[in-house]
Design a protein around this ligand. Sequence first.
Ligand code: SF4
Ligand code: SF4
Length: 226
Amino acid sequence: MDISELLYDEGLAVGYSRIGALKFSDIENKSIEKIKQDHPWANSIIIATFHYNFYRIPSQLEGKVSKKDLFKGRYIKHSHENDAATEFEALLSKERIKHLDMTTLASSIKNSIAAEMGIGITRKNGYFYTEEGSYCHLHAWLLDVDLTCDFDEPPTDCPGHCGICVKTCPEKALTKSSKDTEKCIAFKADLIFDNFTIGCDHCQDFCPYNKHRWEYEEEYIGLTYE
Ligand code: SF4
Ligand code: SF4
């Protein structure tokens, strides 16, 4: 089996919903030049999306913390998200592919490269969406092999007439074409915890592309449920 097919199939098997990879030479995002410079051994980048939309939200935290922060499991040992990443990295090692977890890569760059790979798009509310909606975290690795993995179809753009996220934003952080991260509560997660101010997911929760996406099934490791 071709290595891109193998990584794609195994990536889905460990719990990712979308997987894309591109050779540096095929990436248009300008940040790739700096990445190449910093990691001369690397040739490609692979990005996988982990959807966390199957957890129960403790009633005492409902609406108080952004779900992307509440269920951030990439480095929480034995969380589903950590297990997926660990198993995927083990597969890369087994295939003798040198890899580096790009945990520090800015979300905006990750989202933009993931969009070039065709695994999703950034919608008007500023969140990255796959066909399964926006409740996902993106994991990225640099690889020392030339790899193209483009099996996914990107979702369609926001309908031109839709402005639900703009209307529902309590901070007026959104316009039809941009997001003011200074005003957005979700970008101030640390402050939120310190000051017990509420978090915010309005622009995602009311978005039609997230309708019926949250399944409320499992308890999340380390949280207390009343
Ligand atoms: S997360 Fe909340 S504050 Fe931020 S843009 Fe969305 S609705 Fe507005
Ligand atoms: S609410 Fe409408 S405009 Fe906003 S992100 Fe969703 S589809 Fe796009």
